[in-house]
Design a protein around this ligand. Structure first.
Ligand code: F6R
Length: 249
């Protein structure tokens, strides 16, 4: 299903409301969370909604999608830091309920295996929130990642490193590798929401809309899932057929 709104604000409110509805319907829900610029206004909305509704978060569990390798948890661009800043430090969520891949693990392969296992042990993801890279990556599953992969180490593509360079003071500081949930883990979520905003996502969203399932476009794996909502603003949807606007497909 495609949901297209005019503004980023509307996209963020809709997405945050869907997250809140999931928590209200199932207080022990397991949420898969994403980072990046797209999610900043989503989390700002969610924090506001949670403050107003005084929801009990004590039984909630979260697993983040990915983390850079080699950045300390206190590094301003680590995803652990990002999540603290935008969400976790602003909510009364038990710290032991919050999970991110460990980009500083001594044995990263063991850490990857343990991460996918921990999600399964928690009962699986009820809702996976995703952004999308300008090259179609989801999590950090770059083009041509095997769709059967579980949590794994990935070499970031030059396009992704360039895109994310905007968050670092110098391009050379952008890590070259990351840990990411695999496509297989993502597809096992009960429900998936992919959010895309801004004109830089227009070309890849059109490619995703028109194309088939293809490992060259990681987000196309979502076409194999039965419960996916793709939420866009008018800029990200600019190259989609007009009849999709405001409606479902
Ligand atoms: C982040 C993640 C990535 C981002 C994607 C878009 O946890 O998994 O797939 O969602 O790179 O990033 P932004 O939102 O910064 O354009």
């Amino acid at each position: 299903m495609y949901k297209i709104f005019e503004t980023v604000d509307e996209v963020s409110r809709y997405t945050a409301q869907r997250l809140l509805d999931t928590i209200l319907a199932k207080p022990e829900a397991v949420l898969g969370l994403a980072t990046g610029g797209t999610m900043e206004p989503v989390y700002a909305q969610l924090v506001g909604m949670l403050e107003q509704s005084a929801v009990d978060l004590s039984r909630l569990t979260t697993f983040n999608l990915d983390e850079y390798i080699g950045l300390s948890a206190s590094h301003a661009q680590s995803y652990r830091y990002y999540m603290g800043q935008h969400l976790f430090d602003r909510l009364s969520l038990p710290r032991e309920s919050v999970h991110l891949p460990d980009g500083n693990a001594e044995d990263v392969d063991a850490a990857c295996r343990a991460y996918s296992t921990a999600i399964q042990a928690a009962g699986g993801l009820d809702l996976q929130l995703l952004g999308i890279g300008s090259n179609g990556h989801i999590g950090f599953n770059e083009p041509h990642t095997d769709f059967s992969c579980r949590t794994h180490v990935i070499a970031l593509s030059e396009q992704t490193r360039r895109d994310n360079g905007r968050f670092f003071s110098d391009q050379s500081e952008v890590p070259t590798h990351a840990l990411t949930l695999g496509i297989q883990d993502i597809l096992e979520a009960e429900e998936i929401m992919l959010v895309a905003t801004g004109s830089k996502k227009a070309a890849i969203m059109a490619e995703l809309y028109h194309g088939g399932v293809d490992e060259a476009l990681p987000a196309s794996a979502l076409k194999q899932h039965h419960n996916v909502t793709i939420v866009m603003d008018s800029q990200a949807a600019a190259l989609l057929p007009r009849q999709e606007e405001g409606g479902a497909a």
